[in-house]
Design a protein around this ligand. Structure first.
Ligand code: ZN
Length: 133
């Protein structure tokens, strides 16, 4: 049900503000999960996060890049848009917020995050890019 009653629909009904609401909700959850899963080793922390994301059925998180500047993760089977026909928009604001929240625990400041690929935009997977620097 959540899958079909999510960002795209709500955004259409409520306007742009809904995107912010979803992103903030995701960020709060990401921070809470991050504090719960925290490990001093970044690799181990990311492994815990991947497991958490799978267990809570948010999707299948695949870290693609991590360096001083950027964290890039793919999200397959994304809870928001998996199975959705392409609507030519990137809509996974909740997931962007979640990854930002997870990252905030890691770097101890609020990062900039955005969706760089989205299944709903016909790109085959969702991808979130976080600026660390
Ligand atoms: Zn998406």
């Amino acid at each position: 049900m959540f899958r079909h009653f999510s960002a795209g629909y709500v955004e259409e009904v409520l306007g742009r503000g809904a995107a912010v609401v979803f992103q903030n909700g995701g960020r709060e959850l990401g921070k809470e999960a991050g504090q719960m899963l925290y490990k001093p080793s970044t690799d181990e922390y990311l492994k815990e996060v991947v497991q958490f994301v799978r267990d809570s059925r948010i999707g299948i998180l695949i870290p693609r890049q991590l360096d001083d500047k950027l964290l890039v993760v793919d999200l397959d089977e994304c809870i928001t848009c998996a199975g959705m026909a392409s609507i030519s928009k990137r809509i996974c604001h909740f997931e962007v917020g979640f990854v930002a929240g997870i990252t905030e625990v890691l770097i101890k400041k609020k990062p900039k995050a955005y969706e760089t690929k989205c299944g709903a935009n016909g790109e085959g997977t969702c991808q979130v890019t976080v600026e660390l620097g």
